[in-house]
Design a protein around this ligand. Sequence first.
Ligand code: PLP
Length: 495
Amino acid sequence: MSEPYVSIQLQHDHTLPLYRQLYFQLKQAIKSGILPPGQKLYSIRRLASELGINTVTVVQAYRCLERDGLAVAQVGRGTFVSNLTGLNEKESPFSPNSVNNISRAAPDSWQVPVSPQAINFATLTPAAELFPVDDFQSIINQILARDRGQAFGYQESQGYYPLRCSVAQYLAKRGIVCDAESIQVISGAQQGIDLIARSLLSAGDRVLTESPTYTGALASFRARGAQVIAIPLQEDGVDIDALQQQIKIHQPKLMYVMTNFQNPTGICYSVAKQQALVEICHHAGVVLIEDDSFTELAYDGFERQAIKEWDKDNQIIYIKSFSKILMPGLRLAFMLAPQPLQPKLMAAKHIADISTSGLLQRAFDLYLRQGLWISHLDYMKQCYLARYKQIVQAMRTSLPPQAGFSSPGGGLCIWIEGHAGLSANRLYESCLKNGVIIAPGSHFFPDNRDSNFFRLSFAALSEDAISQGIPIIARQLRMLGTADHEPRRCFSPLL
Ligand SMILES: Cc1ncc(COP(=O)(O)O)c(C=O)c1O
């Protein structure tokens, strides 16, 4: 189909972000029929280049259109004007009010094609060469010899009972007392967050999150039609005054937090803030969700505590994933929920996938019982520590002095504040052109705003790759430091 003419006028000095301007103008063109149903929109790269903006801005505008049900992204083909635009938005399965609207929430819509040679500071996924493949092969062989066909039957929805017992023992060593009956095995932490959203939220409910936060959680809450209320993070945890104020205004149902080595900032809450958070939420009747992917990854010798340890009244839903230390492809995690919430969560798990793979649950149970998990955790901490030291040192040596960051002492990422006026979205673009991938802050702020913040992760990179990549980022930062002060141009492209 040929491309109709649409004039886009973007004003760089306008208070409305560029992506909102682009979104509104495209929306207008769709509503007025200039862009008819089925029309293919310009490719992200082409439109970005025509308009002289970065691709992230176009992705954000297209994503807003998808959320409204006005456009549909097709893998490998591009983005098309939806055929449903004539429908009343409320009736459309793509309506922003519809809990069935998955496109608005797709966390993967932000994925970029990555060349295998690229130095990827954007992913938190551990490098495959660190996976304990030989140990797992041996464990799976033992399970097959022991359980034969049983290993391939349907598993109890709540999870393989012996695994739940091993997990309860493991948690007890970390100061979290529970029994196997309160544990729900889940297919990754993301599934846990999603099950909570499905079973506890309705359209219009409010959920508090840290700002910035993990984007997959935002996606799950929004997929239920919930409104996300962002609470700013300070160096030692969320801003408690803002938290109290927002609770009063919005009476939220849930609050989602990561109190140790938070993704993306690496922040650890002070003990005082952990306790205040638990108390405030308890008194306000807000269910706390603790996503604990990183607590064990402390490299500075100080062990951190999960807030679940303070949870005397059993108010917190605790989620723990094994993706970042073991292997993300196992899709194994577990959830510990207050008793009154368990039946709903268990029902949601059954509806979602009946059960997490029985074979892998049995294998992981044996892995824990044979002490392999503990030795693997030690090994991963050693590897991550070497990478952490390397990235901190390379950043101290190479980054311009205007770029600030603090060393979190653990976790898998470092949050950097570039010089004032930096657009991290533009930095992302220019790094990408130079074979380096970073994660701009817009990905993690609930309102997707561009800013001078970005996240670097060292999980997937060797020390060599880290020392090659950081100077490239530093160079791009310096270049944008001057380019950002150039007067910006307006474009009027044809679409
Ligand atoms: C904070 C946080 N929670 C959950 C997840 C998803 O983890 P899983 O692989 O267990 O679903 C991630 C993945 O990066 C994450 O960073």
